[in-house]
Design a protein around this ligand. Structure first.
Ligand code: PRT
Ligand code: ZN
Length: 285
């Protein structure tokens, strides 16, 4: 029987998040075996643990059918693979930064200067787009210390909270690309594996759809139902059930979590009572 092979990061920022998406899809993965490959016992899928930089190559060469990798690594690798789904995890950006005390007016600041990066391909493409001629110094790891050492005028690196730049006396001046983890795959996957892939994608969709969503239940006087529906824009067609108490109903719907906090006071003022907000594990659209 066919089994899918998915490559995920062995250790690092993407490891836990990738495993938890698979686990939320109901896939059982043995814990911490330290092995290069783990076999799921309840879904025909094997998990390969690799360095993230190697994942596009393994998928391109069909050693793995699927992979989870950051767009930054994928685009820098320039490997021909299919981008199947954005996963909404490991969000970050590839940015240019310079020492914070150096004045900065425009991209042309970098003309004739040296920029240190682990992303030479993407940086070159971006500079070309703006017709800026700069020298690219390719280095791996600890790019942020380079300007302090006087080895480059600026850096192009991954930023998330910005605290690494800040603690190295740097400021972010240009955004090169936004990135998040994506599911990648190969073309011309064999028929039996394609069926498995569709099952997996269906589950991933259900997991991703539920993210940031909550199920809300509240009690309301019947004459306030319309007002309450107006307050929560997500509540297009809520379920309305009569309560044992005459003139009252229970209203159920799915809402965005952030919407809830914005509207809680209004809901209470409009007459909602006994408000319950509960997590949703999976959502099939
Ligand atoms: O060993 P392996 O090669 O597999 O891992 P790695 O060290 O190359 O990658 P890892 O685990 O650091 O990151 C994996 C992926 O997570 C990256 O390719 C990005 O897609 C994504 N990601 C999300 C990040 C960050 N956020 C991030 N903050 N990757 C790196 N960083 C680093 C960045 O390089 C800088 O040093 O964190 C620092 C900046 O963070 P802030 O929060 O201080 O701005
Ligand atoms: Zn890496």
């Amino acid at each position: 029987m066919s089994r899918l092979k998915i490559a995920i990061q062995k250790s690092g920022r993407l490891n836990e998040a990738s495993l938890s998406i698979l686990r939320e899809c109901g896939i059982i993965i043995p814990n911490g075996t330290g092995k290069l490959i783990a076999e799921s016992s309840n879904f025909p899928i094997d998990i390969l643990f690799l360095r993230d930089d190697d994942i596009p190559q393994y998928v391109h060469q069909k050693v793995a059918d699927l992979g989870i990798v950051g767009e930054n690594v994928l685009f820098e690798s320039r490997k021909q693979v299919l981008m199947l789904k954005k996963l909404g995890i490991a969000k970050c950006r590839l940015s240019l930064a310079i020492p914070k005390d150096i004045p900065y007016n425009s991209i042309h600041f970098f003309s004739g200067k040296t920029i240190a990066t682990s992303y030479p391909f993407m940086l070159r493409a971006w500079l070309d787009q703006y017709k800026v001629e700069a020298q690219i110094e390719e280095i791996s790891g600890s790019v942020e210390i380079v300007p302090g050492l006087g080895l480059a005028a600026g850096i192009c690196d991954i930023v998330s909270s910005g605290s690494t730049l800040f603690s190295n006396g740097l400021k972010e001046v240009e955004l090169v690309m936004k990135s998040e983890a994506v599911l990648i795959g190969t073309e011309n996957i064999e028929a039996a594996k394609k069926t498995l892939l569709q099952q997996l994608l269906f589950r991933i969709d259900a997991v991703l759809s539920a993210k940031g969503k909550k199920y809300i239940l509240l009690n309301t006087p019947n004459d306030k139902i319309d007002a309450i529906i107006q307050i929560l824009p997500g509540m297009k067609s809520p379920t309305i059930l009569p309560l044992a108490e005459k003139g009252w109903s229970s209203l159920h719907s799915v809402i965005d979590e952030d919407q809830f906090w914005d509207h809680i006071d209004e809901l209470k003022k409009a007459g909602a009572e006994g408000i319950l907000v509960v997590p949703i594990e999976k959502m099939i659209q």
